[in-house]
Design a protein around this ligand. Sequence first.
Ligand code: SF4
Length: 299
Amino acid sequence: VRSYLKIQDGCNSFCSFCVIPFARGKSRSLPVPALLSRMRELHAQGVQEIVLTGVHIGDYCDSETLGGPFLLEDLVEQVLRNTDIPRLRLSSLEPIELTDKLLEQFHNPRLCPHFHMSLQSLSTPVLQGMRRQYTADQVEWALKTIAEKWPQAFVGLDVITGFPGESEAFFHETYERLQAWPWTRIHVFPYSEREGTRATQLTEVVPIPVRRHRAKLLRELSAERYDQLAVNQLGQAKQVLTIKPLPDGYWRALSQDYWDVVVPAPANWHAGEIHQVRIQGYQRAQSRINGFLTAEVSA
Ligand code: SF4
């Protein structure tokens, strides 16, 4: 009932830690008409939600069809205008890829209010060492703009700890900014070297135990924030998509704003249905990573 649709492959950036541009080559995008027709096919087969994925979807560019160039924001506009897919979701973006036009598309309720931002660090010197194309100020702008325009949005982040040159002070910059700025959950990765990348030439190597310790601190921060925001969902009405039945008459469902929701449901529910529910509780998971909300069906 949910489907990932790869819209591009390869990448035009050369982040210093990443092998993808060497392994996958330059960015290539599937043409808009082919993607629209694939989405119509998927919807006809019962798919209710499509997630646009790729190696770097912010590089999406179809310049060969429909009098392009069509960028990601144009593709999203075309999908919302020319298909009936009930839900569309975007995968990873970088802060500078949040254009005004892309942000405007989120006024359409079919585009799920869910952002996944590949930030990697919130310290400008570390971002420069990584050869990322934005600064901490641009990260701040992106996170605060999302929070202001779409306060209900789920905002996932990717952050790497212990990249070469990430001093104690630079890590604390990242930590303190994360404490202060709005987001929902962080996927944390301790830095690991990839052979043949520029980052392996950098000298200020952070010892592995320090990388892991910093990752642990950020995971704890993430779990705390996630728990707090999950509790804030109580009482809210949400539209959910049924994913799969669970034992004892429950359904696992996914809200538009990316919360896992467990609902006690009538026997005649099926996978791939969209229902309105009201959030009643939050069940924190043992791992403190995959907690879920509980809900009742709205009248
Ligand atoms: S990290 Fe992402 S943006 Fe950077 S080179 Fe790799 S795929 Fe491209």
